[in-house]
Ligand binder design. Structure first.
Ligand SMILES: NC(=O)c1ccc[n+]([C@@H]2O[C@H](COP(=O)([O-])OP(=O)(O)OC[C@H]3O[C@@H](n4cnc5c(N)ncnc54)[C@H](O)[C@@H]3O)[C@@H](O)[C@H]2O)c1
Length: 327
């Protein structure tokens, strides 16, 4: 069976990707330093502990498995941290990806699927973001991802590295079968934070800014279910396998939810009150990020099936109550 090297396979999205890859007949090989990931999340293929900064270790793993493709999820991805420690983002994400891309090229592995982000677009007033929207990131996290996109284009021109770039909007939910789920420490994502507040694992959910230019004053985001998102990655892999050209795709639903709307849905799905408080804006946050996702639907044939807000919260809630990683 064909091996796929999954960097960040011990993290939230990478672990779900390993599950669908295994289901699609590939052997997912997780390459992860565990800087934010979990050994317990690696369940569907071999685990190779290593850092993107360690070129010799990358070469060793490419030689051992001879993967047909790379899925590159490994990154630091907290916007707040990127504002205060930009050097870590440029180093880990950009230099780390350069090592990985160079190692892939040197090993003759020429299909590459990359986790990018809507944070590469930055702030565009009242615009639905499509793949041609100018990428003007507001923070070092988005800037690091845009730089990696540029790197992929240069490596394709020089070395034939074919790639699919996925620009995710907000990823939410968990494996409905409960084998893997979202477990970030510290947690910074809205839905798990809300669920923590609901069952008393934290005091209250802080809304960061209530004076944005939106109908209820809170930021608007587009949410996509993690299972739908990783299904798109398998389609991306098949796209490259069938010889189609390198391409960037947004992955979102095109529907925006404000923070208050997500809170309301969480209260309904869990049938519990949501403790909350209002706080100031957070540096680096855009007012509204909503996808124009037509390209993934029409070209890849992507059909998100669970990305309605009720399913995302219900799946996250089930995982939240029953699942956790110890190490
Ligand atoms: N979660 C979201 O809503 C979202 C949105 C847009 C983009 N993304 C992108 O998706 C990818 C996965 O995000 P996630 O939420 O699963 O994050 P995560 O923190 O759960 O997973 C990232 C994994 O990468 C590993 N890692 C980080 N740096 C590494 C290094 N130098 N060497 C080896 N391993 C390293 C971590 O240990 C972790 O297991 C990231 O690239 C992120 O930027 C996520």
């Amino acid at each position: 069976m064909a091996h796929v090297l999954v960097t960040g396979g011990a993290g939230y999205i990478g672990s779900h990707a390993c599950k669908v890859l295994a289901g699609a007949g590939y052997v997912p090989v997780t390459y992860d330093s565990l800087v934010t990931g979990w050994r317990d999340a690696v369940k569907f293929g071999p685990f190779e502990q290593g850092d993107l900064m360690d070129r010799a270790r990358l070469d060793e793993v490419f030689a051992a498995y001879r993967p047909v493709a790379v899925m590159h999820f490994a990154a630091l991805s907290q916007v707040g941290e990127a504002m205060t420690e930009p050097g870590r983002y440029w180093s880990n994400n950009v230099t780390g990806s350069l090592n990985l891309i160079q190692a892939a090229v040197d090993a003759g592995c020429s299909d590459f699927v990359f986790s990018s982000t809507c944070a590469t677009y930055g702030e565009h007033d009242n615009v639905v973001l499509d793949e041609n929207t100018p990428q003007l990131p507001l923070n070092a996290y988005g800037a690091s991802k845009r730089a990696i996109e540029d790197m992929l284009r240069d490596f394709e021109a020089a070395h034939g590295l074919r790639h699919v770039i996925f620009r995710y909007f907000n990823v939410a939910g968990a494996d409905p079968e409960g084998e893997v789920g979202e477990f970030h420490r510290p947690e910074t994502h809205l839905i798990p934070l809300i669920l923590d507040a609901i069952d008393g694992k934290r005091d209250a959910l802080t809304i960061h800014g209530t004076d944005y230019d939106t109908p209820d004053g809170t930021c608007i985001r587009d949410y996509v279910h993690v299972m739908d998102l990783v299904d798109a990655h398998v389609l991306g892999l098949k796209w490259l396998e069938s010889g189609k050209p390198s391409r960037a795709f947004n992955l979102g639903t095109g529907t925006g939810f404000s923070v208050r709307e997500v809170l309301d849905h969480a209260g309904v799905v869990t049938n519990r009150p949501v403790p909350m408080r209002e706080g100031p804006r957070r540096a680096g946050d855009a007012t509204k990020l909503v996808s124009g996702s037509v390209r993934a639907l029409t070209e890849l044939g992507w059909r998100p099936a669970r990305s309605d807000m009720a399913s995302m919260i219900a799946d996250a809630w089930r995982w939240h109550q029953n699942g956790a990683y110890q190490s």
